[in-house]
Design a binder for this molecule. Sequence first.
Ligand code: HEM
Length: 221
Amino acid sequence: MLLPTSSVGRKLVMAATGQLIILFVILHVLGNATIYFGLLNAYAAHLHALPPLIWSFRIGLIILFSFHIYYGIVLTLENNRAKPQSYVMRNDLSATVAGRNMVWTGAVIGSFIIYHLLHFTVQITNPGLAAARHLDSLGRPDVFTMVVKSFQNFGIASVYLLSMIALWLHLSHGIQSSFQTWGLNSEQSFPIVKRLSALAAIVLFVAYVAVPVVIATGILK
Ligand code: HEM
């Protein structure tokens, strides 16, 4: 396999895997929105109806996350080793709170994903709520009730809220940085890329937290 040997190559892998993961993040939040229309169980049933498809998708995601995490750690270590130089060359972008803490917000998101998979996919953190064991009136796993009862728990809703703050910070730097890696860094284009990236990160944050927030506040029952 062709693995990057230079720091530029590693940055390109980070940008490509990051942007593909963002595509998944967008698709997932659109899927979550089915909850507002009473369609979450139907959506989940459709997703699981074709095991080869969902498993190909999962394997693709595992490969993307593995490369993204591995090269994220390698690049952070390289940057730390080159600190005196990178300090001098530091521009206002890498000096933002989000930019300086990518590895930490990434670690929070990674831990969140492990918890999230155990919670909603493997369904072992709250076995009493497991959708696999509770079917709705149409005989489908009751994902809706599992999600609603979960977020009625203040502790669980808070874990999701805090994790989505980490996602927001990570994306607010990550999106613009990935476009910069592809060369969109001229004086004309970069301010636009920067603004659009910040906007996209906020929109995704609001769309993700909306589900736990409307449930925890009792708007959606
Ligand atoms: C408030 C935020 C979120 C909610 C309410 C939510 C909801 C869900 C639900 C209900 C499932 C299970 C679907 C099913 O199997 O029927 C799921 C699976 C999953 N979620 Fe989320 N999610 C959230 C945030 C995220 C984030 C931020 C990520 C990643 C960046 C993520 C990644 C995944 C993955 C990888 C799966 C497993 C898909 C599979 O079964 O292969 N989720 N989510």
